[in-house]
Structures are given as structure tokens and as C-alpha cells.
Design a protein around this ligand. Sequence first.
Ligand code: C5P
Length: 298
Amino acid sequence: MSITVRAPAKINLHLGVGPGRPDGYHELSTVYQAIGLYDDVTATDAPEWTVTVSGSGELDVSEVPLDDHNIAIRAGRALTDHHGVDRAAALTIAKSIPVAGGLAGGSADAAAALVALDRLWDLQTSDADLLAIAGRLGSDVPFALVGGTAYGTGRGELVEPVVDHGQWWWVVVPNDAGLSTAAVYAEYDRLGLGETLRAPEGLFGALADAWPEGLSGELHNDLEPASLDLRPELALTKRDILECGAYAALLSGSGPTWLGLAGDADHAREMAAALASTYPVVLCAPGPVAGAHVVTYA
Ligand code: C5P
């Protein structure tokens, strides 16, 4: 028997980053949104842990580890350790989320693996335990389980739903050279940018009002200066997105993927067509979408 679980990419509509913590992480005040780009993880009972990875279209998956370092296998081992069971599985990951793009693709894979294995073996892990295991795997993994739009605190692992009445459309412009999240946070520290955190009340209002022009003024990413410092050429993509008519351009997480806020699906497709003359890969995605969910039992 196999089970396939689909998990979404995330973007940060607001990413407020506080000073570094003693554990090496940074305190966050962030608003996540799950968008319609997905990785699918298929889990099949097997005598030992294995992982295979494929990418849709032009997606480069060569940097994804195929050994025990793969976050989906680490998720599987964390789940079996939690339950004290000695089982293993073959995991097959079909990726559509750009790798090292600031879209939390690895976190999506971990969340999908947790749900797939929990169902495969009927472990009936409680939501609270699944979220706690997810949080130990990575700061964005709990959100990949929950999906929708959510406020994230702690190092990002504490998530609570946010009222979001919008049906937002994003143009997604990945970059073929990934950025290391840790390197961007280190640059943030070097630039001395850590600030007092606040809850983004204006953003919460714009999400509840479902008004794109209102949302555009509330999008914010504290990591943008650090990412641009490491990769100054990324500023050109921001300019191109704004020039083709986006309501706002937003760096996704630690980058290098940029997002353009569209008014609706047609506007997103028009902008994507215009940007496709300059950028090899341009995607359109709606948000918010559901978190990790079963798509196939076989
Ligand atoms: O939690 P995750 O493994 O995704 O984080 C990757 C890296 O990003 C961490 O090792 C850390 O350097 C940085 N990070 C951080 N503060 C956070 C989240 C991530 O400094 N809140």
C-alpha cells in the first residue's frame, strides 16, 4: 500500500525578524500564506529508508540530498522514534516547489512525509504531537501542516490561523541560483538589522478586507536588505515585477524567489506572460490553499 500527500509552498506576507537568540535562531513575527505550488510525497512500506526525487518541468532537483540528510527521511525517523516503532518506508518526492528558493519546499516535503507515514501505518498521532515533531524538524514545517494564512511566532514554529477573506493571486519568479537561509540570517546579523518585533495589525486588516490595493501597502520582509546585499542583481527582478504592473513586489522568505501581487487570476497570467520574455520560469499561484493533505491511497 502507498499513500501520497501533497503539501504547499509558503510565502511570508510579513516577515519581522528580531535579534539573534542564544540558540542561533531569530525570534520572528511573521504572517505565512500557503500558495498553490506543491510537492507530492508518496510513502510505501519498505525494509529500509530510501528517497527518490523528481522535478516537474525545468525544476533543478540536483541539490536535494538522497541520503539520511533528506528532510523527508528525517521526518520519518522522528515519527517512528516518537512512537517507538521500528519501521521504514520508501519515499518518492515529486517536486514542483523551486529548491532553496525561500518557498519552504523542504518543509513541505517534511510535512507531507509526516502525514503520509502517519496514515500509512495508522499511527493516529495527535495534532499537537505532529506539530511538535514538525517544529523540531524546521521552523516552517508546522505551517506546511496547517496551511491557509497563519501568524507565526517563536522561531516561526508557533502558528495560529489568521482571518483571510481574500483569494489572492501571485506571480512567482524563481531564480536558478538558490540562497541559503542560514547565510541570509547571518548577513542580517552582520548588517545589525534586528528590530523590536510587532504584530502587523494593518496586514491583518487588509487580509480580512480582501482588498489587493490595501494588501500591497502592508507586505513587508525584513530580510530583503540582507538578501540584496548577498545578491544585488536580485533588485532587477523586483524592478521588472513592478514595471509589469504588479501591485507590489515581495521577496519570498530569505529569497531569491520574488512574488508579484496581482489583482486577479487574469492579471497574474498577463504579468507572467510579460515576465516570461526575460525569465525562464514564471509561475502563477493562488493563495491561501490547504496545508498537507492526502491525495491518493493505492
Ligand atoms: O528552521 P530551519 O532549519 O528551516 O532554519 C534554517 C536556518 O535559518 C537556521 O539554521 C538558522 O540559521 C536560520 N533561521 C533563523 N531564525 C529563524 C529561522 C531560521 O536564524 N527563526
